[in-house]
Design a binder for this molecule. Structure first.
Ligand code: HEM
Length: 124
């Protein structure tokens, strides 16, 4: 199971690094954002992130909508995805996209905090 956990952690790292990098390119109006792999890799990575997360949950017999911290993690994940979609969507001003980008990064850090403490309210 430590292999699964390591893959989970690796995909967590790839996910946030990629998201930060794409945000920087967005701020810079970089054409690099249009590279093909940029549109594919996040989906592949996030799918592995989700599958390993579910596998870990089954292993420790703790589940979203049963155990609060995993419920909070899933809700935060949906907010992270939503903010991420707003960040890459055209039609929003750059300022709006920078705000959703930064907010998504905060939500991501919150998820890491939840995972480490197994407590949705670790901040309080
Ligand atoms: C972007 C999304 C996610 C992030 C940032 C994230 C982050 C993390 C981190 C940092 C750990 C290691 C905690 C530690 O051992 O100190 C972890 C473990 C874990 N994650 Fe995730 N995770 C994400 C998505 C998910 C999803 C979708 C699920 C389940 C549906 C999930 C379930 C778990 C479980 C069960 C563990 C093991 C916790 C333990 O053994 O104490 N994760 N996650």
């Amino acid at each position: 199971m430590s292999l699964i956990k390591n893959i989970h952690l690796l995909t967590v790292l790839v996910s946030i690094s990629g998201f930060v990098l794409r945000g920087v390119w967005m701020v810079m109006d970089s054409p690099r954002l249009n590279q093909r792999w940029i549109k594919i890799l996040p989906h592949v990575n996030d799918t592995i992130l989700l599958i390993t997360g579910i596998t870990l949950a089954i292993h420790i017999k703790q589940y979203p909508f049963v155990h609060d911290w995993l419920t909070a993690k899933i809700i935060a994940l949906m907010i992270y995805i939503g903010l991420g979609m707003l960040t890459i969507r055209h039609g929003y001003s750059k300022q709006q996209r920078i705000i959703t980008w930064l907010a998504a990064i905060l939500v991501f850090l919150y998820m890491v905090g939840i995972a480490r403490t197994r407590n949705a309210f670790f901040l309080f």
